[in-house]
Design a protein around this ligand. Structure first.
Ligand SMILES: Cc1ncc(COP(=O)(O)O)c(C=O)c1O
Length: 401
């Protein structure tokens, strides 16, 4: 069969293959410690599931407006205004089937073929995939590893700017590194966006998973609301990954265009799921606080084990449920150069399953350090102790040979 040329430019989330390898290994009777899943191993809170059943019984099962039902659009606008200090109305909200669709729909609206788009690497792999698919030129910006944290390399970022740059994808509270911009850095990025007249996608998938500080959004800064589309999702915040519910929030003119894409594409997001979304938003704070506490305990359990492990460097991220671990020396000690070999080797030796830097966009030729991502969203503290205990003991044994 002959496929259209554009299909050769579409990427994927190779992290799903890691889940397949882990499942195959478990099927052989081995214990697997799942650190690859960006998915919380807790069910959706019962007040949301029971509300959804009620809406099904009430017959909220037909088509609904492409932009989403008005009460959910209103509730989303209210929620974002509360947390971001904005003044959105329901007309600024387009309901989506999760967070992911906003990425492509943003690019379809603001990027011509041949335009350059700035996006993070390592970063969520769908950015690179969609920029390529729609004929843009990917311009990945990078992070520096400092003593205690990763930070955006602002000099490198500025060196990428050209007259062809039309858009920026900004993922504060970043997957996979957990990076949080300081207020100065966020202001600098906003200044550049305004000066260069970029449209900005603010991917806020992890906005509600920030520890120890109040989350901030670039959209709150003067001059940014007019040029920003905010990606919001129920997935991580309410353990609702499989429900597929999220929203694009932004200026009315782009939101109307996004609604038109909805009409052409999925028609509408699942009707009864949207009603249950209102219950999720209304019952919000306590659940989110408990979830953050649970995740913080897991993060701290991981750090306690890994901090004095030879051959690796690990930092304490302020957000998300990921640790981005420098494993350069450990890989060198094992005489392993390839990420895939290391991943499968560690799965076989310890049962610990994880993604590597390669699952988060194409590595740049200049990269000389090796990293893996450990997600603690899908594993409880006792299994963290057991799994990372084996992980550490194995690396220690390599260093004592
Ligand atoms: C940074 C980032 N953006 C967007 C998404 C997509 O979210 P959703 O599953 O709601 O589509 C994810 C999912 O892992 C993510 O990590």
């Amino acid at each position: 069969m002959k496929f259209a040329q554009r299909m050769s430019r579409l990427g994927t989330e190779t992290a799903y293959a890691v889940a397949g390898d882990a499942a195959a290994y478990a099927e052989k009777g081995h214990t697997v410690y799942p650190f690859h899943l960006g998915d919380i191993n807790r069910p959706t809170p019962p007040h949301i599931t029971s509300a959804c059943k009620k809406y099904l019984d009430e017959g909220k099962t037909g088509y609904c407006p492409a932009a989403g039902i008005k009460p959910l659009r209103e509730a989303m606008a209210e929620e974002i205004n509360r947390t971001h200090g904005t003044d959105y109305t329901w007309e600024n909200v387009s309901i989506q089937s999760g967070g992911k669709p906003t990425i492509g729909k943003f690019l379809m609206n603001v990027m011509e073929e041949g335009d350059e788009v700035l996006y993070p690497t390592p970063g969520y792999p769908i950015y690179e995939s969609q920029i390529n698919f729609f004929g843009g030129i990917p311009k990945p910006y990078i992070y520096r590893e400092e003593k205690d944290e990763f930070v955006m390399d602002m000099d490198y970022f500025q060196s990428l700017i050209s007259s062809q740059t039309t858009a920026l994808i900004y993922n504060n509270y970043q997957n996979p590194m957990g990076v949080c911009s300081s207020s100065e850095e966020m202001q600098k990025i906003a200044d550049l966006a305004i000066k260069n007249d970029w449209m900005v996608l603010s991917d806020e998938a992890y906005f509600d998973l920030v520890y120890d500080e109040t989350p901030r959004s670039i959209v709150s800064l003067p001059g940014m609301k007019e040029r920003t589309v905010l990606l919001s999702t129920f997935s991580k915040k309410y353990a609702m990954t499989g429900w597929r519910l999220g929203a694009a929030i932004g200026p009315k003119d782009i939101i109307e265009k996004i609604n038109k894409i909805n009409t052409n594409d999925e028609a509408c997001t699942t009707h009864f799921v949207q009603w249950a979304g209102i219950d999720a938003l209304k019952g919000d704070e306590k659940y989110c606080q408990q979830l953050r506490k649970l995740l913080q305990k897991r993060r701290d359990a991981c750090l306690e084990i890994l901090r004095d492990c030879p051959g690796i460097i690990v930092h304490k991220p302020k957000s998300t449920f990921y640790l981005f671990v420098n494993v350069t020396q450990a890989m060198e000690k094992m005489n392993i150069d390839s990420y895939e070999t290391f991943r499968l080797h560690m799965l076989e030796k310890t049962g610990v399953s994880f993604c590597t830097r390669e699952h988060f966009g194409s590595p740049l030729p200049s990269e000389n350090q090796k990293y893996i991502r450990l997600a603690y969203s899908g594993i409880d503290v006792p299994q963290i102790h057991e799994g990372l205990g084996k992980f550490k003991a194995y690396i220690q044994s390599c260093f004592s040979e």
